[in-house]
Write a protein that binds this ligand. Structure first.
Ligand code: ADP
Ligand code: MG
Length: 276
């Protein structure tokens, strides 16, 4: 893929929204693949017991596979669970297995329960340009671990009714974690997902989100695309499943925006709302 500037140090991006089905996992894996295709080294941390990000990246995550559960609960080194993604050079995944569902409870009684992922990431010595963390649809200890480990929060927002409802709770959690545990944490990026520019509702919601969040909203939005939703069942991202599709191009463009913003370069969007 074409090169993009790589960040001087690892950027840690937490993909969070406690609403399910808004495109967290889809965004995590497709942005990660886009950044890797642009020449970066990228690790996806799957923090959702459903393991959808692991599945979408074609990573084995049956119950016996060493996983992020072992890292969080058994203090296993992250390096021992990371697997390379077969189709995409420079892309890696720390998979989630179903036992992660119990971790929410098991973590409660452990020492430093909020900062176990942070410690594991700090001890990980492989060079990386980006770590993307895919959160479960809740604000429990797994998401708190992601917020404590991260620097940036990326919130995918689906352009539908009630899109902004419940976001206040996430933003308050970000403030709490920033205030008490992680002073560098901030919401850096809002991404509009499953955008259908033909409907009045979608453009109204998009406008509302842009008014509310301003510059954090990426100019690129992700169109609703059948190719995007088909790719995971082949264990692929849309970037390898259908590289020329509008979905693939929009994630590449979103990745370019994120990469350029990270080094403080202004972005001239020629392709906002690709394919929408
Ligand atoms: P979350 O992780 O927030 O629960 P997902 O990323 O799993 O959300 O997306 C929810 C569903 O919507 C999935 O079936 C996914 O394939 C589909 N989906 C996500 N983004 C798009 C898109 N841009 N176009 C079409 N379907 C999408
Ligand atoms: Mg998900």
């Amino acid at each position: 893929g074409e090169g993009l500037p790589r960040p001087g140090q690892t950027r840690l991006i937490v993909v969070a929204n406690q609403k399910g089905g808004v495109g967290k996992t889809t965004t995590t894996v497709n942005l990660a693949a886009s950044l890797a295709l642009h020449g970066s080294r990228v690790l996806v941390v799957d923090l959702d017991p459903q393991g959808n990000a692991s599945t979408a990246l074609g990573i084995d995550h049956h119950a016996e596979v060493p996983s992020i559960y072992d890292v969080l609960v058994e203090s296993r080194p992250l390096a021992e669970v990371v697997q390379p993604v077969v189709d995409v050079e420079g892309l890696f995944c720390a998979p989630a297995t179903i036992d992660l569902a119990g971790a929410e409870i098991e973590l409660v009684s452990l020492v430093a329960r909020e900062s176990r992922l942070q410690r594991a990431i700090q001890a990980y010595e492989q060079p990386l340009d980006y770590i993307l963390i895919d959160c479960p649809p809740s604000l429990g200890l797994l998401t708190v671990n992601a917020l404590v480990a991260g620097q940036e929060v990326l919130i995918p927002i689906q352009c539908e009714y009630y899109a902004l409802e419940g976001l206040g709770q996430l933003l308050r959690n970000v403030d709490l974690v920033r205030g008490h545990l992680n002073p560098t944490l901030h919401v850096s990026t809002i991404l509009l997902t499953m955008y259908d520019g033909r409907t009045r509702l979608a453009s109204q919601v998009a406008e509302e989100v842009r008014t509310h969040f301003g510059d954090e909203v990426l100019r690129t939005s992700i169109p609703r695309s059948v190719r995007i939703s088909e790719a995971p069942s082949y264990g692929q991202t849309v970037l390898t499943y259908d590289p020329g599709s509008s979905g693939a191009l929009s994630y590449l463009e979103a990745a370019r925006e994120i990469a350029l913003r990270g080094i403080g370069v202004g972005y001239d969007a020629g392709h906002a709302h690709i394919g929408a």
